[in-house]
Ligand binder design. Sequence first.
Ligand code: AHR
Length: 491
Amino acid sequence: TAATHQVTVSADLSKQGPVINKDIYGQFAEHLGRGIYEGLWVGPDSSIPNTKGFRNDVINALKEMEVPLVRWPGGCFADEYHWRDGIGPKDERPVKVNTHWGGVEETNAVGTHEFFDLAELLGAEVYINGNLGSGTVREMAEWMEYMTSDKNSTLANQRRANGRDKPWDIKYFGIGNESWGCGGHMEPDYYTDLYRQYATFLKTPPGKKPLLVGSGGHTEDTQWTDVLSKNIERDMDGISYHFYTLPNDEWETKGHATEFDEKMWFATLERTYRMDEYLKNNIAILDKNDPEGELGFYVDEWGTWYDAEEGREPGFLYQQNTLRDAVVAAVNLNLFHAYAKRVHMTNIAQMVNVLQAMILTDGPDMLKTPTYHIYDMYSVFQDATSIPLTLDAPDYTMGGKAVPAVTGSLAKGKDGRTYLALVNLDPNNSASIKLDVSGGLDETLKGEILTAAEMTAKNTFDNKDAVTPKAFEATADDFTLPAKSIVVVAL
Ligand code: AHR
């Protein structure tokens, strides 16, 4: 039976919390499945309209939702990637086997120059992940020189000969990926020695040094954060961390992307909300080992991971995306905002056609997923100044487990307006919101809402707008947040 949660949102609008770094809205694009090839890159000779080989429809949609940062080329792929394979004439580039993802041929048609073209088309900054696992110190150092040198060196001149005169800017550079697993199955102590060695030789012209990322832990592990933050005294700006949301909480049968009942809806949200505890635990370690707060905590892979869709190559990690994914995205973004003092950057996995994607493509066609719409609605929080808020909400419970029924974010956007985001995790019960906000409120709150009648609602190529944001208006003193909905309003 439907009931109504009573929720109070209290805040003092004159108070300021940390800035929500726009890089929290970063994306991940790995050479995996149809993420890069087909999803983004169709090649300049394709009948699909493109610019420099990248499809215009997808680029335009991504530009609309404002992508600040893209991580490339992996993932597990990064530790098998040799950058020299991806420069120079395309027909001379070696064809490799993508051993991690489906054993398909990797033509190397998208390499360093093409990736920077993509970033430029999107107006995004770049996060490049280097190969520690199967590369060499020399190879990584020379890639850095190739990309950033302004000298007359042979490598810089090779870059010029390949069509790029000016050195590129790299915002973040990762030294290995998942070094505890696909990146080399290392122990954190061993990794920290390697990190120091590799970082020593990453030389850049003055002012060109990227933020350097240590490859950290995942899920409930905190050991990697501890060892890295204790043992790497210099040349590390942040530690990466990965946490995926598997409804069943196990890798063998993760759960179906679109066919699920309330039990699985709840299980998904209960697992995703563990991000709160995991962030808290890792940040407590950083606060101890790095009390000056110099290190960032970068959640550079996160999102839902379901069983691969029937009839498709399982190694391509293609999955549909429903209203449930939109709720997962909003819940996590609210958490990242809450921990913005340490969490300066995150990358949802992954941008197109892979895992919790923003966009799905089918030949020349594309659609925006419910997750896309959350990123679009939440874009007002990029570089906004957070305002501390207290959310007094009951729990949404099942089988003795609980998550908050409602989570939210409050911040002053770069446009000077104050934005409130609220998500109702409960698929059955609406929430009656009491705003106890001092410092001036508009009588009418205007914004957008994302919801649907069914919790499994999704956008398909036959019905692309089943889940799209609608205009939302409420009076400040009578504000109802419908069940399973996400609202962003200006106060
Ligand atoms: O995003 C898919 C994979 O998940 C990445 O390649 C890897 O880093 C992680 O295990």
